[in-house]
Design a binder for this molecule. Structure first.
Ligand code: HEM
Ligand SMILES: *[C@@H]1O[C@H](CO)[C@@H](O)[C@H](O)[C@H]1NC(C)=O
Length: 509
């Protein structure tokens, strides 16, 4: 509006009149927004009539900070198969924990919701975890050979070496007889494993130069926490506001630390491949590792993989490849420490096949049935990825006839599924016999690695690492719990303990 017109209007209405008109418009706008909000909420409540829940605040939802898992247990008990949860405002999600519901949703191809997964983007970009559609399919096909068993086989030796480095450190520390917080050690160990296996890294992660890696591991801790809580905070939805908040600043700071680390890894490997000898060596390999596949795809046909794509895949695998496995292993150690009788039975099994354990190989891994049962039972009680989510791309009708329209968010609670008393009697009891070879169960009752087309690509890799680590650890240490420090479960994208996991380690003769 030009100065002249403004002048003209003020002449007609006078200054105060103009202000009145403006505030009237403002008020009308606000009222119409409020009415829209109200009507949308009524519609949501109608859709969710058949999906009961505890009362929800109109703005703050009904999730209690850091209590997702404890709330899930209450809801699973109270509302069979499903319930609804409200993140904030008009953002509900239908939470499912019934195997037939899981089967139905995992068999469809609904995308991952922007409202939760989107917050990962500034950090891990559009790698395999976040890609959708055709590009996801292309990348999945390109990277699947990196998990072929010919590739995974020699990794067993690398995994064993990383585990021994950790156990050597523990031997130094165990002398002190005070309980040891194990999660940070385990994270550095799984970090070393993924660095050496997938990224052809030659140096040491756990020893001398671990400053760099420790800051990366700490950044990941910060990032998973921030992403998880952002989805639950009404005021952190807008990028502008989030950026101004202290959480947002901490998130971006940690992002920079993580990116510096991955950029360093990429440029190191690129520089190595530029040495002709190395490139020829790689091309002669019968099977390429993860980073080689990406870099060669990039060098041979730069168009198929942009720099951004490459970085996203590296960030994705660096994170997914170590953090979930570290969580899984830490909780397995805790479960074994709190169940000495099962721990001893595993130890005897491992001793019978490995002797002193100096040479663990691929073939040993399927000769430890009892240890495998204990690992699975720990993954049931403590699923490293407690929940995932989808946004319905078409309406869905559940097996019992209830239905939801397109656009709704569904959260698949693996934690709820694994603690569902209708599937797992006395769900809180650690009982490895649930996974005995002859035990029957629903195909979708146990899903630590999710299921369907978007299941975990690293499942076999992870299971191998867990077996190697458990076997070698039990040969060298007795794990004892510290009853004065019971871990408090908390969901930070990945399952963590709020107060760490403290164990006493007794060196075996
Ligand atoms: C105990 C360890 C692990 C657990 C419990 C686990 C669990 C999962 C789950 C539940 C998903 C589905 C995510 C979703 O739908 O949003 C997933 C996907 C994925 N995981 Fe894992 N994971 C583990 C280890 C690994 C490892 C070691 C790697 C890599 C080396 C890896 C790489 C991935 C990738 C890239 C995806 C996305 C796959 C896709 O969408 O095509 N994971 N994982
Ligand atoms: C928020 O901050 C990050 C990093 O500082 C920046 O990349 C991004 O563009 C910012 N977004 C907005 C909407 O300001």
């Amino acid at each position: 509006m030009g100065f002249f017109e403004l002048n003209h209007i003020t002449n007609v209405f006078g200054i105060s009149g103009l202000l009145q008109v403006i505030s009237l418009f403002g008020l009308l706008l606000l009222l119409s927004k409020a009415a829209q909000y109200y009507l949308h909420r009524q519609w949501l409540l109608k859709c969710l009539e058949q999906f009961p829940s505890t009362p929800s605040h109109w703005l703050f939802g009904n999730l209690i900070k850091d209590q997702d898992l404890q709330q899930t247990l209450l809801w699973v008990e109270k509302f069979p198969t499903t319930c609804s949860k409200w993140f904030w405002g008009n953002n509900p999600s239908v939470m499912i924990y019934d195997p037939d519901y899981m089967k139905l949703i995992l068999g469809r191809s609904d995308p991952k919701p922007i409202k939760s997964y989107g917050f990962f983007v500034p950090w891990i970009g559009y790698g395999l975890l976040l890609l959708e559609g055709k590009k996801w399919f292309q990348h999945r096909r390109m990277l699947t050979p990196a998990f072929h068993y010919d590739i995974l086989k020699p990794y067993v030796g690398i995994m064993a070496d990383s585990v021994h480095v950790m156990l050597d450190k523990w031997e130094q520390l165990a002398g002190q007889d005070s309980p040891l917080e194990i999660c940070q050690h385990v994270s550095l160990m799984t970090m070393e494993t993924i660095m050496k296996c997938a990224f052809s890294y030659q140096g040491s992660v756990q020893l001398n130069d671990c400053g760099n890696f420790r800051s990366y591991v700490e950044a990941v801790e910060e990032l998973t926490h921030r992403v998880h809580s952002r989805a639950r905070t009404a005021f952190h939805q807008s990028n502008i506001i989030y950026n101004l908040s202290s959480s947002g600043r901490a998130f971006h700071r940690a992002c920079r630390v993580a990116h510096e680390h991955t950029d360093r890894m990429i440029s190191m490997r690129k520089a190595e491949l530029e040495n002709e000898g190395e490139l020829e060596k790689v091309k002669k390999k019968r099977r390429l590792d993860f980073l080689d596949i990406l870099l060669l795809a990039k060098m041979q046909d730069g168009k198929s993989l942009s720099d951004e794509d490459l970085r996203a895949e590296v960030d994705t695998f660096m994170f997914e490849g170590h953090d979930t496995t570290a969580s899984g292993l830490s909780w397995i150690f805790y479960a074994l420490a709190t169940h000495p009788e099962h721990q001893q039975r595993c130890r005897e099994e491992v001793q019978s096949i490995l002797g002193d354990g100096t040479a663990v190989t691929w073939d040993h891994l399927d000769q430890m049935p009892y240890t495998t049962m204990c690992i699975k039972e720990a993954l049931r009680l403590y699923p490293p990825v407690p929940a995932i989510a989808r946004e319905l791309s078409t309406p869905v009708t559940f097996p019992d006839g209830r239905s939801l329209p397109k656009g709704f968010m569904v959260s698949l609670s693996f934690y709820g599924l694994h603690h569902n008393p209708r599937l797992w009697p006395n769900p809180e009891v650690f009982d490895p016999s649930r996974f005995a070879p002859n035990a029957a169960r629903h195909s979708h009752a146990f899903l630590p690695f999710s299921g369907g087309a978007r299941n975990c690509i690293g499942k076999q890799f992870a299971m191998n690492e867990l077996k190697v680590a458990v076997a070698l650890t039990l040969l060298r240490f007795e794990l004892l719990s510290d009853p004065t420090r019971v871990p408090v479960l908390v969901q930070r994208s990945v399952l963590k303990s709020k107060n760490g996991i403290y164990l006493r380690l007794k060196k075996l003769k």
